[in-house]
Design a protein around this ligand. Structure first.
Ligand code: CMX
Length: 441
């Protein structure tokens, strides 16, 4: 029986050959046109990247290798007695493009268990930061400290051949994913739990062990972690964290450097940090109104106040999606099943009843519907994980699965350094006046 690495290599060789053939026959075909407004407005809608692991449809939401989130919940292997998918299975699916059997997910679990040792100097690097540092800052510093372990960097320095890049990236990616829960849990227990650290449980799956090291033994919290780690893993290639990891990796920066760069992007409030902003916004709303469950009218007033202060409503809107995010819906289903009467969860649902209409009335918001971040915090608070500044770290641990599986593909397919063309407004004005072309080298 071939190892996951050997199976990946065989698949990558097949796809490389196929892509060569496609480009030979169709490489000059035009995929779309670029308007001047798109160049100025965040490259929205410009197709310019290949990401094999997942594809986002504006109406339907994300599909991982063709499978929607409800399909993953049905088809991916589960932990014994559990109903939520194991992210190990999703990683396997993203990497190999095939649904895993139970034994395949188990193989990933045991590979990550074997690779999970975090050297002490990584904890020392975290300890060198003040405890008040944001958890994402501590997380990125820890990833950078781990970089000294990079097999890719070491082998590159020794003169590795191009054809072996994928192999070193695969090992670095597997090691990094295996170590992230320990690093993240260390940051959490250091900052919020009097430095009372919890040793890993080598018998648990990746998310179950993560929950355990964070200090949560409730089985339904472990189920939430499995779902959370699955749905946050990947959202095709153009979002800031995925695109940054891919871009930095294209310079042959190793997976640690590339992933740390992606995490700096995830730490922005318009991207992953929105999950902490949502719960902060709801806590502020509750405090200002002085009620446990505000009415729809009260919420509407508060939303209008937020907008009036020139702020965004966190957790709503998306650059690509034009419907309720299925990742929001999956969390809503989890809430209905495990905590239908939780007051905070009920606020999230009430906000969902109110915000889209208010945002629509502005006439400029392209997507008034909730994204993944609108729901996650309330579920975590239910189990006692109330320290919302930590939420983006959870998102980051999950995001590693998608962006690092993609990085393996990038190197296996030999994708080149990324270097789109930029222009100046002066050159645009010349072009508009017919004084020549603005593009070209
Ligand atoms: N509240 C208020 N205004 C919003 C808004 C929101 N939730 N979403 C969009 N808008 C505004 C934009 O700020 C923009 O206003 P200006 O023209 O005055 O600059 C206008 O509506 C048009 O924006 P858009 O084309 O609809 O949205 P973008 O593609 O530019 O941005 C996003 C997408 C997600 C950054 C934006 O919707 C937003 O800021 N949402 C709140 C933050 C958030 O939840 N981010 C998490 C996204 C998911 C993730 O990555 O984790």
């Amino acid at each position: 029986m071939a190892t996951i690495k050997e199976r990946f290599k065989a698949k990558a060789d097949d796809l490389s050959a196929e892509i060569k053939e496609i480009l030979k026959k169709h490489g000059t075909r035009t995929i779309g046109e670029v308007q001047l407004s798109q160049v100025y407005q965040g490259m929205r809608g410009i197709t310019g990247l290949v990401t094999e692991t997942s594809l986002l449809d504006a109406q339907e939401g994300i599909r991982f290798r063709g499978y929607s989130i409800p399909e993953l919940q049905e088809k991916l292997p589960k932990a014994p007695g559990g109903t939520e998918p194991l992210p190990e299975g999703l990683f396997y699916l993203m990497l190999l493009g095939e649904l895993p059997e139970v034994r395949d997910a188990e193989e990933v679990t045991s590979a990550w268990q074997r690779r999970s040792h975090v050297p002490n100097y990584v904890f020392d690097a975290i300890e060198a930061l003040p405890k008040s540092s944001h958890p994402m800052t501590q997380f990125v510093v820890a990833i950078m400290a781990l970089q000294t372990e990079s097999i890719f960097a070491r082998k590159y320095a020794q003169g590795m051949s191009k054809k072996d890049y994928w192999d070193a990236v695969y090992d670095d990616s597997m090691n990094l994913i295996a170590r992230l829960p320990r690093v993240a849990a260390y940051i959490y227990r250091r900052k919020y739990k009097d430095e009372k650290h919890i040793q890993p449980d080598g018998l648990l799956d990746w998310s179950g062990n993560f929950a355990h090291m964070l200090g949560f033994e409730d089985e339904s919290f472990k189920e939430l972690m499995r779902l959370y780690m699955t749905i946050h893993a990947d959202h095709e290639g153009g979002n800031v964290s995925a695109h940054t990891t891919h871009l930095v990796g294209s310079a042959l920066s190793d997976p640690y450097l590339s992933f740390a760069a992606g995490m700096n992007g995830l730490a922005g409030p318009l991207h992953g940090l929105a999950n902490q902003e949502v719960i902060k916004w709801i806590f502020d709303l509750r405090e200002e109104l002085g009620v446990a469950l505000p009415s729809k009218e009260q919420i509407e007033e508060y939303v209008k106040k937020t907008l009036g202060e020139g702020k965004v409503v966190p957790g709503y809107g998306h650059a690509v999606l034009r419907k309720t995010d299925p990742r929001f819906s999956a969390q809503m289903e989890f809430g209905k099943k495990h905590m239908p009467d939780d007051p905070l969860v009920n606020i999230v649902w009430r906000v969902y009843d109110v915000v889209p209409e208010v945002l629509k009335s502005l006439g400029k918001v392209k997507n008034p519907w909730p994204n993944v971040d609108a729901h996650s915090g309330a579920l975590l608070v239910h189990y006692g994980l109330v320290e919302y500044e930590f939420y983006t770290v959870l998102f980051g641990v999950s995001r590693a699965l998608g962006v690092l599986a993609s990085l393996c593909w990038d190197r296996a397919l030999g994708l080149p350094i990324e270097r789109p063309k930029s222009i100046t407004t002066a050159s645009v004005k010349d072009w508009l006046e017919g004084k020549g072309e603005i593009w070209g080298d």
